[in-house]
Design a protein. Structure first.
Length: 187
């Protein structure tokens, strides 16, 4: 690879780089970052499972938010762009966290816990995070660096998104729509 020079400084070419806690690699597949999250979450879930019977529901909710969901939500707009296969371990850990919170066995279906506590599944949690970020950008509440990279357009889209965009490939949003949840976790 040729040397890259910016303002007289040579930029070193590396296989991965950690920036603001997110591990970036040349392909931006986030596999190393997801593996790091996976290890951290497994450790925190083991501790959660160990202490859960000693906690009230309110204390469990606090632990879940502070020690588990905070890892999911940090820089979610970056790592959530990984493919479904790469995200599968995180989805499994998210479901485990829900079951531990409700003192259920590993075989219990997580959907009942989502309904009981009015929570979002991981896909909708990611969607909610993206929608919040877009809302902040639209209403000028996003951090200045992000606002500088995003320009709002007043032009309306005249063709549906599922029509071919300059070729035979079609755009399909693989993420599910948000369910009718007024809040992310609990009211």
């Amino acid at each position: 690879c040729p040397d890259i020079c910016v303002n007289g400084q040579i930029i070193k070419n590396v296989d991965e780089f950690k920036y603001l806690g997110v591990t970036l690699d040349p392909t931006l597949d986030f596999k190393k970052h997801i593996k790091k999250m996976d290890n951290t979450l497994k450790f925190n879930l083991a501790n959660f499972r160990h202490v859960r019977n000693s906690l009230t529901v309110e204390a469990s909710k606090t632990y879940l938010n502070a020690m588990i969901l905070s890892h999911f939500s940090y820089c979610m707009s970056s790592w959530s762009q990984a493919n479904k296969t790469a995200l599968r371990p995180l989805k499994s850990l998210y479901k485990s966290a829900l079951k531990i919170h409700d003192k259920k066995t590993r075989q219990y279906h997580h959907c009942h816990v989502l309904t009981k506590y009015n929570m979002l599944n991981l896909e909708n949690f990611i969607m909610y995070s993206s929608v919040c970020l877009i809302f902040k950008i639209i209403h000028n509440a996003a951090p200045p660096p992000l606002r500088n990279f995003v320009t709002l357009s007043s032009k309306k889209q005249h063709e549906p998104l599922d029509q071919p965009l300059g070729g035979s490939a079609k755009f399909h949003n693989a993420r599910p729509p948000l369910e009718n949840h007024p809040s992310l976790l609990w009211p």
